[in-house]
Design a protein around this ligand. Structure first.
Ligand SMILES: NC(=O)C1=CN([C@@H]2O[C@H](COP(=O)(O)OP(=O)(O)OC[C@H]3O[C@@H](n4cnc5c(N)ncnc54)[C@H](OP(=O)(O)O)[C@@H]3O)[C@@H](O)[C@H]2O)[C@@H](O)CC1
Ligand SMILES: Nc1ncnc2c1ncn2[C@@H]1O[C@H](COP(=O)(O)OP(=O)(O)O)[C@@H](O)[C@H]1O
Ligand SMILES: [K+]
Length: 485
C-alpha cells in the first residue's frame, strides 16, 4: 500500500524526531537519498551538468546539499537562487565548497542533464511565483527531479492553482504526500521515489492499493465454495430506452467474483441474449430472488423513482450509480437515513455536483472546481450522505464518511467512453456481493477497471464492452503480483 500523510502530520512527526536527533540530521538523510536517486538517473555523475533551482526554504536546502554531494563526485553543478537573500545558507556554502557555482542564466535549464527542483516543498502555497514561472515553459534536454513535491502543486490536495513545474521523478521524504497521488498534481509528479528518513507517522488518511494489496482483497473461491456462497449480485439497471446500460453493468458484474448475477428490469431479454448465464426477470427487484448486494441506476431512466426506494429498502449493500444518483440528489441524504447496510455512491463530477446541491441546497457547484479538489469534495459528499463515495475521473477517489480515502491511479483517459462507468458499477457491486466492504470494493474495482481500460485500449479507442472483457486479464495481472494466492 502506498500511504500518504498530510503536511500537518509530516510536520508533527518531523518535530518529534528532530527533538531527539542532532540538528541537520533529517536534512542530511533527505539529501543523501536524493543524491543517490539523481546519481542513478545519470549515465555517469562525473562531468554531468546539474542545475539546482533553489527556493527560500528547507526544500532548497535539500536540493543544495544533494547537489553538493553530486559536485563532490565530479558533476558540474550550478544553482539558480530564486530568492538570493533567503537561500539556505549552509546548503549553499556546502555546494560552493564542493565546487558548485551560482548562476542567473536560465539557458542552463535547457542544457542540464539533470534539474533539481528545490523551489518549494511542503511549505508551498499557490502556484509558482513569477520569478520561477519561466522554467515551466522552457524546453528540457535532461530530466527534472522534484524535491519532495513538484513546485506549484498543493501537497495536501493535488490542486495546481497556477503554474507548476512538471517532474520526471519526484523524490519524497518520509511518506508520500496526497498531492502526489491525486490529479492534477499526480500528473506533474512523474515516477515517485520514497526516501525513508525515520519519521514515526500516524495512520495514513490517504492510501493507494498496489497489485499485491488488491490481490489480497480479491474474493477467490475455496474448495467448499458454491455459487451462492460466493455471493449473488443483483443488477437493477437499464430500461426500454437504455437497455445497453443493463448489458454493460451485467458484463462487469460477471467479472467481479460473485457466484451469480441476477438481473431485474425491462432489459431482461437483451441481457439474457448477450449473457445466457445471467438469471433474469422482467419484473422488479422483489421478483429477482435473494441477492447479497444490489447495483441500481445505470440507464434506469424514469423508472428509477420507484426502483431506488425499493432497492434501498433491502438490507444488503447497495451501489447507486447514474440515474439512481440523480434521483438520490432529488431526495437528499434522508433517503439513506434508514439504511444499516453499506451504501456506495459512484458519481462523476457532474453527478457529484448535483448530489452536493441535494445535500447542501443552492445551485450545483461548478464541475471544474470539483475536479480540481477531488479528495476534499469526495470526503464532503461522503460525510453529507453518510455513505462511501467513489468519485470517478482522472484518478478515482474512494472516500468514507470518516474521511478515510483511497485513490486509484491505474486508469487511463481512454476509459472516458460511454458505458465504461456501467461496467465499473457492476464490477464493484459484484465485489460487495462477494463480501468486500464498500471502501475495499470501490478501491479494488477501480484498480481492476483501470488496468482493464489500459489493456483494452492499448493506444487505440476501446468500447465499454472491451473493458469488461479485459477484466479477467486484470485479475491475472493483479494476482501474479500477489505471491501465489
Ligand atoms: N518535514 C520533514 O520531515 C523534512 C523536510 N525536509 C524538507 O523541507 C521542506 C519543507 O521546508 P520548509 O518548511 O522550509 O518549506 P519550503 O517548502 O521549502 O518553503 C519555504 C518557503 O517558500 C516560500 N514559498 C511558499 N510558497 C511558494 C511558492 N508557491 N513559490 C515560491 N516560494 C514559495 C515561503 O517563503 P516566503 O518566500 O513566503 O518567505 C515558504 O516559507 C520539505 O518539503 C522537504 O523538502 C527535509 O529536509 C527533511 C525532513
Ligand atoms: N480522464 C480520465 N482518466 C481516467 N479515467 C477516466 C477519465 N475520465 C473518465 N474516466 C473513467 O471512465 C469511467 C467513465 O464513467 P462514467 O462517467 O460513469 O461513464 P458512463 O456513464 O458513460 O458509463 C469511470 O470509471 C471514470 O473513472
Ligand atoms: K520542490
Amino acid at each position: 500500500m502506498r500511504r500518504a500523510h498530510t503536511v500537518e502530520q509530516v510536520r508533527s512527526a518531523e518535530a518529534d524526531l528532530m527533538a531527539r536527533l542532532p540538528e541537520g540530521t533529517l536534512m542530511q538523510r533527505a539529501a543523501a537519498g536524493l543524491a543517490a536517486t539523481c546519481a542513478r538517473l545519470l549515465p555517469r555523475v562525473y562531468g554531468s551538468r546539474v542545475l539546482v533551482l533553489a527556493g527560500s526554504g528547507d526544500n532548497g536546502g535539500d536540493a543544495l546539499y544533494a547537489a553538493a554531494r553530486l559536485a563532490r563526485r565530479g558533476a558540474r553543478v550550478s544553482a539558480v537562487l530564486l530568492s538570493p537573500e533567503k537561500a539556505h545558507a549552509a546548503g549553499l556554502a556546502a555546494l560552493l565548497a564542493a565546487g558548485g557555482r551560482v548562476t542567473a542564466d536560465q539557458g542552463e535549464f535547457e542544457r542540464a542533464d539533470l534539474v533539481l527542483d528545490g523551489i518549494v516543498g511542503i511549505g508551498g502555497r499557490g502556484g509558482l511565483r513569477p520569478e520561477a514561472q519561466p522554467f515551466a515553459a522552457l524546453p528540457r534536454r535532461g530530466r527534472v527531479v522534484a524535491v519532495d513535491v513538484p513546485s506549484g502543486v498543493d501537497p495536501d490536495t493535488g490542486e495546481v492553482p497556477g503554474v507548476a513545474l512538471r517532474a520526471d521523478v519526484t523524490v519524497c521524504f518520509g511518506t508520500y504526500k496526497p498531492g502526489l497521488l491525486i490529479d492534477p498534481g499526480a500528473s506533474y509528479a512523474g515516477v515517485l521515489q520514497l526516501v525513508g528518513i525515520g519519521l514515526e507517522l500516524p495512520p495514513a488518511p490517504v492510501a493507494v492499493l498496489q497489485h499485491a494489496d488488491a490481490a489480497a482483497l480479491l474474493p477467490l473461491p475455496g474448495a467448499e465454495s458454491d455459487k451462492y456462497r460466493r455471493g449473488v449480485v443483483g443488477v437493477a439497471a437499464g430500461s426500454a430506452r437504455y437497455p445497453g446500460a443493463a448489458v454493460l453493468a451485467v458484463a462487469g458484474a460477471l467479472r467481479g467474483g460473485a457466484g451469480a448475477v441476477r438481473y431485474a428490469g425491462t432489459a431482461a431479454a437483451e441481457v439474457v441474449r448477450r449473457f445466457p448465464e445471467a438469471l433474469v426477470t422482467a419484473g422488479g427487484p422483489a421478483e429477482a430472488g435473494r441477492v447479497q448486494a444490489w447495483v441500481v441506476g445505470p440507464g434506469s431512466g424514469e423508472g428509477v423513482r420507484e426502483l431506488l426506494p425499493e432497492v434501498l429498502a433491502a438490507d444488503v449493500p447497495v451501489l447507486v450509480d447514474a440515474d439512481g444518483l440523480a434521483e438520490l440528489a432529488r431526495l437528499g441524504p434522508d433517503a439513506l437515513a434508514g439504511r444499516s447496510a453499506p451504501t456506495l455512491l459512484t458519481p462523476h463530477t457532474g453527478e457529484e455536483a448535483r448530489l452536493l446541491a441535494g445535500a447542501e441546497g443552492g445551485a450545483p457547484p461548478a464541475a471544474d472546481g470539483l475536479a480540481a479538489a477531488r479528495r476534499a469534495t469526495a470526503r464532503r459528499l461522503a460525510a453529507a450522505y453518510r455513505a462511501t463515495v467513489l468519485l470517478k475521473g482522472s484518478t478515482t477517489v474512494v472516500a468514507e464518511p470518516d474521511g478515510t480515502v483511497r485513490v486509484n491511479p491505474t486508469g487511463t483517459s481512454w476509459l472516458a467512453t460511454a458505458g465504461s462507468g456501467d461496467v465499473l458499477s457492476g464490477l464493484a457491486g459484484s465485489l460487495m456481493a462477494a463480501g468486500l466492504g464498500p471502501l475495499d470494493a470501490g478501491a479494488v474495482a477501480a484498480h481492476l477497471h483501470g488496468l482493464a481500460g489500459r489493456t483494452a485500449a492499448a493506444g487505440a479507442p476501446a468500447a465499454a464492452l472491451d473493458v469488461a472483457e479485459a477484466l479477467p486479464e486484470a485479475w491475472r495481472t493483479v494476482r501474479s503480483a500477489g505471491a501465489g494466492r
